[in-house]
Ligand binder design. Structure first.
Ligand code: TV1
Ligand code: CA
Ligand code: ZN
Length: 393
């Protein structure tokens, strides 16, 4: 009858900033920061705040952002103003500075604040892990994996993941970065191309001509050179449209299991982009909330400090379902979550049945034809196994 209580001897921290959620990329832009508000409402409605340490994160400082980003770029990001007259969306300005101001990465009011708050949440989460105050730290407002050192890309301006992993590396010898967003985690991969202390692995839709960002082929494993300690530490799992929960879980468990055995990470950073769910406005996969969450459950079972980031996710009701379910997995109440909904919750019965696990026809949109063959999946496992022969913890 009582709500969810804090598990003993095991801590989850939840980092968010309501100010971040108020920012707008523009009316038709797919990235909607209010999906964070929607996710948090669902999480709180289930009473999960009582099982976690909840923090309003601060904004990252200029110096913290400069651990990865160039000062030229940060200075420009801090001073550019939104265009007074909105440009035609298709009319891309041909000479964008730092790729800022186009349709993917528009300039909007409070842009610098939005970026520094996203990174602040990720950094706070990383610090809870390194100080052993949390076992799992959650920053759904982070996960902006495309940002480069001196360039915005794909809705991402500041790479909060890189900044947070740099913080983990001050105390951890080896960090495993996993990316289940439907897009390739190119910015994070590139940032750690030349180190053997971070292994990056991204699962994504791959079609070099028709799907952003077009990188992340199976044999893209970083700059190949004898002198580069980072070679073989960038892994990619390029997928086709329509992959199912079963196929994804088989790949994820096999590949991540092998990596953990060989690379022996001391911490895991998992980007949980929810655009890999079925029915996503930009995605192409058939993952259900259960299949997406199974990745979080697998990482949790590794029993290592775990940082969970958000990322993409463009059908807000599904983003909220996935991140609420994954918060429940982190806390350890997923198997009985409906029992915990506080009795005063309005519409309690509606949620109990199908909020987190809607039936197939309500869900997540038209399923796509599955274009992933078992043969191709086996080839990918084979390739990863070969790369791992070069990896020694
Ligand atoms: C404004 C309004 C911007 C409507 C952008 C979809 C829009 C997209 C819009 C869009 C859109 C992309 C490209 C093409 C590169 C461009 C958070 C040559 C309906 C992590 C970023 C995807 C994904 C960028 C981010 C991509 C993340 N797709 N409508 N833009 N140019 N950009 O293809 O990984 O989820 O689509
Ligand atoms: Ca990915
Ligand atoms: Zn994405």
């Amino acid at each position: 009858e009582s709500g969810i209580t804090k598990p003993k001897g095991y801590n989850v921290s939840f980092h968010c900033n309501p100010e971040m959620e108020k920012h707008h990329f523009g009316m038709t832009h797919p990235m909607k920061p209010w999906r964070l508000t929607l996710s948090k409402s669902l999480i709180y409605s289930y009473g999960m705040s009582f099982a976690m340490d909840n923090y309003i994160s601060r904004a990252a400082t200029y110096e913290e952002l400069a651990t990865f980003h160039s000062t030229d770029y940060l200075d420009f990001l801090g001073t550019v103003l939104p265009e007074p007259v909105p440009r035609d969306l298709e009319n891309q300005n041909p000479d964008l500075k730092f790729n800022l101001g186009g349709s993917d990465c528009p300039l909007f009011d409070g842009l610098y604040d939005y970026c520094s708050m996203s990174a602040g949440g990720a950094l706070d989460a990383a610090r809870k892990l390194v100080s052993h105050q949390s076992d799992i730290a959650i920053a759904w407002g982070g996960g902006l994996h495309h940002a480069h050192k001196a360039e915005a890309s794909g809705f991402c301006y500041i790479n909060d993941i890189v900044v947070a992993i740099l913080e983990l590396l001050r105390y951890h010898p080896r960090v495993l970065y996993i990316d289940i967003d439907v897009h390739h985690g190119d910015g994070v991969e590139e940032a750690f191309f030349s180190t053997d202390r971070v292994m990056t692995v991204s699962f994504h839709k791959y079609d070099p001509n028709n799907f952003f960002p077009g990188t992340g082929a199976l044999d893209d494993n970083g700059p190949k050179s004898e002198q580069n300690p980072g070679s073989h530490h960038a892994l990619n799992v390029p997928l086709n449209d329509g992959i199912t929960d079963e196929q994804y879980a088989m790949l994820f468990d096999t590949i991540i299991g092998q990596i953990v055995e060989k690379f022996r990470p001391t911490a895991i950073a998992l980007q949980c982009g929810a655009d890999s769910l079925a029915g996503d406005r930009l995605g192409r996969f058939n993952l259900q909330v259960q299949g997406h969450g199974a990745c979080v459950a697998f990482c949790k079972r590794m029993n290592l400090p775990l940082l969970l980031f958000g990322g993409g996710g463009y059908t807000p009701r599904n983003v909220a379902r996935a991140w609420a379910y994954e918060t429940a997995l982190a806390v350890g109440v997923d198997d009985k979550i409906n029992d915990y909904i506080p009795s005063h919750t309005p519409w309690r019965d509606q949620f109990r049945h199908d909020t987190l696990f809607p039936t197939l026809e309500q869900i997540l949109g038209e399923p796509r034809v599955n274009r992933n063959t078992q043969k191709r999946l086996q080839e990918m496992i084979q390739h990863v196994t070969e790369q791992l022969r070069f990896v020694q913890a």
